[in-house]
Design a protein around this ligand. Structure first.
Ligand SMILES: Nc1ncnc2c1ncn2[C@@H]1O[C@H](COP(=O)(O)OP(=O)(O)OP(=O)(O)O)[C@@H](O)[C@H]1O
Length: 271
């Protein structure tokens, strides 16, 4: 591996990742690295292996071959909870909120995962030490609520909110875990234009103001090219391109395999 300057040092490095489901090759020898502080997106047609790759990183799937390093540590064999504790957060393609709970409680649930021993913590609460911690938690949660502009609905039951807002609450819950790297699985899916614009702004602010490194899968090419620092393209489980958005868009194999010339002409993208 080449020498890296500190800010270009990868926070996440996947090397030679292959994943098979029986006869299906979901991923074949995919290597890439996400730099600390960047927004990195994975794109590709349906079935290209994007979610499989994210699941390999979050620990939901274990690759058939290859190694994943996070923050300098080999995490290939760690389970999802250990990876979350190391600082890998995620949101899901389909909403995963507790619909009957309030927005605030949903986000607090995220926070409680930060604490390793729930039982011991419960005991300590009554002794007093954890009470202070609880207050500090609340303050931080309020900060996240402010940041994601969900104050007006903080007491609302999550299941009653419009879809776009629920997605934002889900993001808040993932952010509440204070991950160093956040994995976003189609954060704009099912959103209208305004909701997408809001979500794009929150993601860029999380990245720029809170210093969170973002790894995102997203089908909306406009958004991807607009907010990503770098993009990787998968096709049939293989990496066909990686680089800055403009370079990736210009890549002949990407044009052929994924976008199609028509799509490119119809949708000019600003640098
Ligand atoms: N749990 C699984 N069992 C069997 N095959 C799977 C499983 N998960 C994914 N696959 C297969 O692996 C390949 C890659 O799927 P994956 O969901 O990772 O693609 P994707 O790029 O995320 O697609 P989409 O954009 O449709 O979400 C597909 O052929 C899919 O059918």
């Amino acid at each position: 591996m080449s020498e890296e300057t500190p800010d270009l040092a990868p926070i996440l490095a996947a090397e030679g990742i292959s994943l098979r489901f029986g006869g299906v090759r979901a991923l074949t020898d995919v290597s890439f690295a996400v730099r600390r502080g960047e927004i990195f997106s994975i794109i590709g047609p349906n079935g290209a292996g994007k979610t499989s790759m994210v699941n390999c990183i979050s620990g939901r799937y274990r690759p058939t071959q290859g190694q994943i390093r996070f923050d300098g540590q080999d995490i290939t064999r760690l389970g999802p909870n250990r990876r979350a504790a190391l600082g890998i957060g995620r949101t899901f393609q389909n909403l995963a909120l507790f619909g009957h709970m309030t927005v605030l409680d949903n986000i607090m649930v995220g926070r409680h995962h930060l604490l390793k021993s729930g039982f011991l913590r419960g005991m300590l609460y009554w002794v007093g030490g954890a009470q202070k911690e609880e207050l500090a938690h609340r303050r931080e949660v309020e900060e996240i609520i402010d940041f994601l502009e969900i104050q007006p609905v903080r007491k609302a039951v999550a299941g009653t909110l419009p879809y776009g807002l629920r997605k934002r609450v889900e993001l808040a819950r993932a952010v509440a875990l204070k991950p160093k790297l956040i994995l976003l699985d189609e954060p704009m899916a099912g959103m209208n234009l305004e909701e997408k614009e809001d979500m794009a702004r929150f993601i860029t602010d999380l990245n720029a103001e809170w210093g969170m490194t973002v790894l995102m899968i997203e089908h909306d090419m406009g958004v991807v090219m607009d907010i990503s620092h770098r993009v990787m393209v998968l096709d049939f489980g293989r990496k066909i391109a990686e680089g800055e958005p403009d370079a990736v868009l210009a890549h002949p194999e990407v044009r052929r395999a994924y976008l199609g010339e028509d799509a490119l002409e119809a949708e000019p993208v600003e640098a």
